[in-house]
Design a protein around this ligand. Structure first.
Ligand code: HEC
Length: 445
């Protein structure tokens, strides 16, 4: 593939953040591909990108608002496609590309070259080219199928959402698991899904937890399992780690649903794939809401506010995943590590920052060879920016003060972090392994 046009024009401008609602990360302008390159065609150059990065969602049964399956679709949407990819709002992947770690297992973003190619193609009038150059159509699996593979166990909940009224919050308990498992087993992959279209419309988000021993606790001791939220995909744990599930656990679904004008029977399923019976992965994995802001949120009308939260790591650990969580006023969130100090000053490291779009609850799974290694005594620092001005498109009304709360129109600030603990031996061995890998890599250069 040939991309010459816009490499030349590195001059990048700033699109008013009032238009795009992007804070801090300044996107390149649409003008970055001013010299149209007639050579870029839909059939040869653009279709492969749509197949690999867009059609999973932009097809008839996908979650995207319109299909992008052929030339007619793409031509119709060309200007908006340009805007969304240049501003890196599509594909949805909001990691700040200028800060911190950049290697992820589930990265669905486009390369700079791909973005420039799409932009140049649109500027050239979105030419079709020769249909004979089209790649074979991609075969997709059924969009409603489990993305974790066929589950070993499925837990079901049902809830009737009335036609109208306020947002609904609460817990539904089930003992569905009792009798379906004989012994404790390690979870390899897990996914919650709203079963049909109607359920998908009323379920805003749902978190699941297991209470071992079927003893309903005050919720503090429960093992968090997985989150379902618009845009959040399934969790597949790193190969050598798993979450232990006890056979007699009661499973709790903590839900947030909203009425949609007709009474709706919401059906939700939790699918679990286990490691083989008796198998013990090397690491036991955890996932928790961490770094909850320290004080109550206080976000005056028309202002941008920063909040900070902290979490202490009592043991050595590998952090496997970062998932920011805020509500409509959220703009940007970072994970920083403050390492145990040896001298007067502690060393800090900015690990990841991401722009926030409430439509998308994306989990950023670090690639195994870069997943942050934290020594015991490290403090995780979650830095969140909330934008209560008109320039934030997620803001319903910039004239209102906003504070903490569970409702969609209240605010929250924390991260979901996935991690597993390590003994000193495991920790040192992993550091040694990575040093060795780096030596081999630099010897190759
Ligand atoms: C993970 C699913 C997913 C992927 C992958 C994805 N999209 Fe989207 N797209 C959506 C959803 C959902 C929306 C509507 C909500 C939003 O804008 O966030 C959307 C909105 C859009 C819009 C705006 C439509 C409108 O009416 O406002 C465009 C244009 C678009 N996507 C193009 C693309 C392109 C081009 C790609 C690939 C380079 C892509 N998308 C990849 C799910 C996806």
């Amino acid at each position: 593939m040939k991309v010459t046009t816009s490499r030349k024009s590195k001059a990048r401008g700033i699109i008013s953040s009032a238009v795009l609602g992007m804070v801090i990360l300044l996107p390149p302008t649409l003008a970055s591909a001013q010299s149209p390159d007639e050579d870029i065609t839909f059939s040869r150059d653009i279709m492969p990108i749509l197949q690999d990065n867009c059609q999973e969602c932009h097809r008839a049964e996908g979650i995207g608002p319109m299909p992008l399956m052929n030339y007619e679709d793409a031509k119709l949407w060309a200007p908006l496609i340009q805007l969304k990819v240049v501003n890196r709002q599509m594909p949805p992947w909001h990691i700040d590309r200028t800060i911190g770690l950049q290697k992820f297992k589930n990265d669905r973003s486009l390369s700079d070259d791909q973005v420039e190619m799409i932009s140049a193609w649109v500027n050239a009038g979105a030419p079709e080219g020769n249909p004979a150059d089209l790649p074979p159509a991609t075969q997709f699996t059924d969009a409603t199928a489990w993305s974790i593979g066929e589950p070993d166990v499925i837990v079901n909940w049902e809830y009737t959402v009335p036609a109208s009224g306020p947002d609904l919050y609460g817990d539904i308990f089930t003992t569905d698991l009792v009798g379906k498992m004989q012994n404790g087993r390690y979870i390899k992959a897990i996914q919650t899904r709203a079963v049909d279209d109607a359920s998908r419309r009323v379920v805003h988000h749902a978190l699941s937890y297991a209470s071992p021993g079927n003893s309903r606790t005050d919720q503090g001791d429960d093992q968090f399992l997985v989150e379902y939220a618009s845009g959040k995909s399934a969790e597949i744990y790193p190969d050598n780690s798993g979450v232990l599930l006890q056979p007699d656990s009661e499973v709790r679904l903590s839900y947030h649903m909203h009425p949609i004008g007709v009474e709706t029977n919401a059906k939700i399923e939790l699918g679990i794939v286990f490691y083989p019976e008796g198998f013990e992965p090397e690491y036991r994995r955890w996932s928790k809401q961490l770094g909850q802001r320290q004080s109550l949120l206080d976000i005056p009308a028309g202002e941008v506010v920063r909040t900070d939260g902290y979490v202490y790591f009592h043991t050595n650990a590998t952090i496997t995943a970062f998932q920011p969580h805020m509500h409509g006023l959220g703009a940007y969130q970072c994970l920083e590590l403050i390492y145990p100090s040896e001298g007067a000053t502690a060393k800090t490291e900015l690990i990841s920052c991401a722009n926030w779009d409430y439509n998308w609850h994306t989990i950023y799974n670090y690639a195994d060879d870069v997943a942050p290694l934290v020594p015991a005594g490290t403090v995780g620092h979650i830095i969140s920016y909330m934008d209560n001005t008109d320039s934030n498109p997620g803001n319903h009304d910039a004239r209102n003060w906003t504070g903490d709360g569970p409702r969609t129109i209240d605010e929250m600030a924390f991260s979901w972090l996935g991690w597993y603990s390590m003994t000193d031996e495991q920790y040192l061995a992993e550091i040694e392994r990575r040093n060795l890998m780096n030596e081999i890599a630099s010897a190759d250069d």
